[in-house]
Design a protein around this ligand. Structure first.
Ligand SMILES: Nc1ncnc2c1ncn2[C@@H]1O[C@H](COP(=O)(O)OP(=O)(O)OP(=O)(O)O)[C@@H](O)[C@H]1O
Length: 614
C-alpha cells in the first residue's frame, strides 16, 4: 500500500497552531485587525467611490452654507443698518437675500446628504450581506462546528445592522459635525481673533470632557456588547435545543439564567445613558459659559468702541454653535464604536479560509466507479488529539461496507473524511485513484453523497426536496426515486402529494419519513459512493423492514459505507469493519466475523439475545 508524504497546509488555510479568540476568530495583533477592517471597508466603498465623493462634496457644501449665516448677520448689522439709516436699503436687502439663499442651499444640501448617504449605505450593505452569506456557506464544516450558529447569525444580523446605523446617517453626521466645528472656529478667528481666543480657551474643558466620555463610553460599550452577545447566544442555544429544555423541564432554570443576562444588558445600557447624560449636560454648560465669556469680553470691547455690534452678535452665534456638534458626535460615538467592532468581526469572518480548500488544478472525474482507498490516513480534529492514527483501507467499487464499533470509535470520522468534510493530516483518501484534495469539487459532490441521521428538509415541497439530489430531474424521475426507496405511497397519501410543503425542519413529517425522503434524494443523485451515517436510526422496526428493500435498491450498484447501530442493516453488508479507537480491528463478511468469534460475534450474539427477549 502506498503512503503519501505530508502535504504543506494549503495556502490561506489556518496553520494547525493558529489560535482563536473567544469569538472563534483568529487572534491577531490589533494593528492587523484594524488594517483588515479598513481593507474590508475600502473594498466595500470602492465600487461606490463616486457616490462617496459626491456625498463628501455635498456635506462640505452644506457646512459652508451654514457657517456663512452668522457672518452675514454681522454684515447686515454693521453695514446694512447704517446704510439703511442713510436711506440706502440695498446692502441690507442683499445681505438678507444672501442669508436666505445660504439657508436654502444648506437645507437642500442637507436633504441631499441624507439621500446620497442612504444610497451609498444600501449599496454597501447589499454587497456585504451577500458576501457574508456566500462566504459563510463556502467555509468548511470545521469552521461551522467551531463558530456556532449563534455567532454566524450575529454577524449577519446585529453586526450588519450596526454598520447600517452608522452608514445611514452616522458617518455623514460625524463628518458634518467635525467640519462644522472647524469651520465655525475658523470663521470666528477670521472675524474677530480675540473672541476666537475665548473660544479656544473653552476648548480645553471641552476636550477634557470629551476624552472622559470617550474612555467611559468605550468601557461601557464593551460591556454592553459582551452582554448583548451573551443574550443572543443564550437565546439561540435555548431555542435550538428547545426539545431538550422541555424534555428535561429546564424552563425555569434556563429562564433564570436568561433573566440574569438580560439584567446585565439593561445595567450596561443604563450606564451608557448615564455617561451620555453627563457628557451632554457638561457640553451645554461649557457652551453657555463660553457664550457668556464671548458676550462679556465682546460687550466690554463694544463699549470701548473696539468692536462692532454685528461682529459681537456673530461671535455669540458662532460660540453657541461651536459645542452643539460635539453632542452629535457623542451621540454617534457609540454607533461608531459598534460599527468598528462589527467591521472587525465581519472582516475576521470574511478572512476565514475553508480548511478544505478547492484544488488549484482540479482533476475531473465525471464518471467515477467508486473505488475508494484510505492510504496511510492520520487524522484529528483541528489541533485536537489524533482520532485516526493510521488507516489503510481499500473499498472496491460496488461493495457495501458496514462500519460498526463503540460510540466515539471514529466511524463518523471515517465517513466525513470520505465525503471530504475534512482533509487528513497525513496520507490521502482517494476515489478511483484520485486524491480527494485534487478532485474537482463538482465531480466529488456528484460522486460521493452522504446521508446523515439529521435528514434536513428545506422549506418547499416534498418533491423539491427530493429533487435536491438532481435539480434537473423530471417529476417522473422524482417519483421513480421515491418508489425505489419505498416512500412513494407515503408521499402520495399526503394532502398535495409531491407538492405538499414541508416546514423548515420538516415538522409535518416524522423523523423516519424525513429519512425516507432523504433516501429518495440520494437515490436520485445516483452517486458512485454513498455514505449512510446512522441514517436508519430514526426508523422503527416495521419502518426499517419496509425500507430494507428500498435500502438494498439504493445500495445496489454503488460503493456504500453504512454506519448503523442496527445489526439488521449491518447483516446485509458485503463486508463489516469493526472500528475501535480509530483502528480497524476486524474486517470480513458478516458471516465470517460471526464465525470468527471476535467483537462482532459478541455484538451479534447480544443482538440475537435482544431479539429473543422482545
Ligand atoms: N467535530 C469534532 N471536533 C472534535 N472532536 C471530534 C469531533 N467530532 C468527533 N470528535 C471526536 O472524534 C472521536 C471519534 O468520533 P466519531 O464521531 O467519529 O465517533 P463514532 O464512532 O462515529 O461515534 P458514534 O457512534 O457515537 O457516532 C471522538 O473521540 C470524538 O470526541
Amino acid at each position: 500500500m502506498s503512503t503519501t508524504a505530508p502535504r504543506p497546509p494549503a495556502a490561506g488555510s489556518p496553520r494547525p497552531d493558529a489560535t482563536h479568540d473567544e469569538d472563534g476568530d483568529l487572534a491577531l495583533h490589533p494593528r492587523d485587525v484594524r488594517r483588515r477592517s479598513l481593507a474590508l471597508l475600502g473594498s466595500l466603498l470602492r465600487p461606490v467611490s463616486r457616490r462617496v465623493w459626491g456625498t463628501a462634496l455635498v456635506v462640505v457644501g452644506a457646512q459652508l452654507a451654514l457657517v456663512a449665516g452668522p457672518a452675514l448677520v454681522a454684515l447686515g448689522i454693521d453695514r446694512g443698518l447704517p446704510a439703511l439709516r442713510d436711506g440706502d436699503a440695498a446692502p441690507l436687502l442683499t445681505t438678507a437675500a444672501a442669508y436666505a439663499v445660504a439657508a436654502l442651499v444648506a437645507g437642500v444640501l442637507t436633504a441631499a446628504t441624507v439621500r446620497f448617504a442612504a444610497r451609498v449605505s444600501q449599496a454597501v450593505l447589499l454587497d456585504l450581506r451577500r458576501r457574508v452569506f456566500r462566504h459563510t456557506q463556502r467555509l468548511s464544516l470545521e469552521f461551522h462546528e467551531r463558530y456556532t450558529s449563534g455567532r454566524v447569525i450575529s454577524r449577519q444580523t446585529s453586526d450588519v445592522e450596526a454598520l447600517r446605523e452608522l452608514l445611514d446617517g452616522g458617518v455623514t453626521t460625524l463628518a458634518a459635525s467635525g467640519l462644522a466645528m472647524v469651520f465655525t472656529a475658523a470663521s470666528l478667528v477670521l472675524l474677530d481673533w480675540r473672541s476666537g481666543g475665548v473660544l479656544l480657551v473653552a476648548v480645553v474643558p471641552g476636550v477634557l470632557l470629551t476624552r472622559w466620555f470617550q474612555v467611559r463610553s468605550q468601557a461601557q460599550y464593551r460591556r454592553s456588547r459582551t452582554a448583548v452577545a451573551r443574550v443572543i447566544v443564550r437565546f439561540v442555544e435555548t431555542m435550538t435545543g428547545i426539545r431538550a429544555v422541555q424534555a428535561f423541564r429546564r424552563e425555569t432554570q434556563v429562564a433564570e439564567v436568561y433573566d440574569d443576562l438580560t439584567e446585565e444588558y439593561r445595567e450596561a445600557n443604563a450606564e451608557a445613558i448615564r455617561v451620555n447624560g453627563v457628557f451632554d449636560t457638561g457640553l451645554v454648560l461649557i457652551g453657555n459659559v463660553t457664550v457668556a465669556g464671548v458676550l462679556l469680553v465682546g460687550g466690554l470691547r463694544v463699549l470701548d468702541g473696539d468692536m462692532a455690534v454685528g461682529v459681537l452678535v456673530a461671535a455669540v452665534l458662532y460660540a453657541r454653535r461651536f459645542f452643539a456638534p460635539l453632542a452629535q458626535i457623542g451621540m454617534f460615538y457609540n454607533s461608531f464604536q459598534s460599527a468598528t467592532a462589527a467591521l472587525e468581526k465581519l472582516s475576521a469572518l470574511l478572512a476565514e479560509e475553508p480548511t478544505v480548500p478547492d484544488p488549484e488544478r482540479p482533476v475531473r472525474l465525471p464518471a467515477a466507479t467508486g473505488d475508494v482507498r484510505f492510504d496511510g490516513v492520520e487524522f484529528g480534529y483541528g489541533t485536537g488529539p489524533t482520532v485516526l492514527p493510521h488507516l489503510d483501507l481499500h473499498l472496491p467499487a460496488g461493495q457495501t461496507v458496514a462500519l460498526v464499533g463503540e460510540t466515539g470509535a471514529g466511524k463518523s470520522t471515517v465517513a466525513k473524511l470520505l465525503a471530504r468534510f475534512y482533509d487528513p493530516r497525513e496520507g490521502a483518501v482517494r476515489l478511483d485513484g484520485v486524491d480527494l484534495r485534487d478532485l474537482d469539487p463538482v465531480d466529488l459532490r456528484r460522486a460521493v453523497v452522504m446521508v446523515t441521521q439529521e435528514a434536513y428538509l428545506f422549506s418547499g415541497s416534498v418533491g423539491a426536496n427530493i429533487a435536491l439530489g438532481r435539480p434537473d430531474a423530471t417529476p417522473a424521475e422524482i417519483e421513480a426515486a421515491a418508489r425505489a426507496v419505498g416512500v412513494h405511497d407515503l408521499i402520495a397519501a399526503l394532502p398535495e402529494g409531491y407538492d405538499t410543503g414541508v416546514d423548515t425542519r420538516g415538522v409535518r413529517l416524522s423523523a423516519g419519513q424525513r429519512q425516507l425522503v432523504s433516501f429518495a434524494r440520494a437515490f436520485l443523485a445516483d452517486p458512485a459512493v454513498l455514505v449512510l451515517d446512522e441514517a436508519t436510526s430514526s426508523l422503527d422496526i416495521p419502518g426499517e423492514q419496509l425500507v430494507q428493500e428500498g435500502l438494498r435498491t439504493l445500495l445496489t450498484g454503488r460503493t456504500a459505507v453504512v454506519i448503523a447501530h442496527r445489526l439488521s442493516t449491518v447483516m446485509h453488508a458485503d463486508r463489516v469493519l469493526v472500528v475501535d479507537d480509530g483502528r480497524v480491528v476486524e474486517d470480513g463478511s458478516p458471516e465470517q466475523l460471526v464465525a470468527h468469534g471476535g467483537r462482532f460475534a459478541s455484538l451479534h450474539a447480544q443482538w440475537q439475545e435482544s431479539l429473543r427477549s422482545t
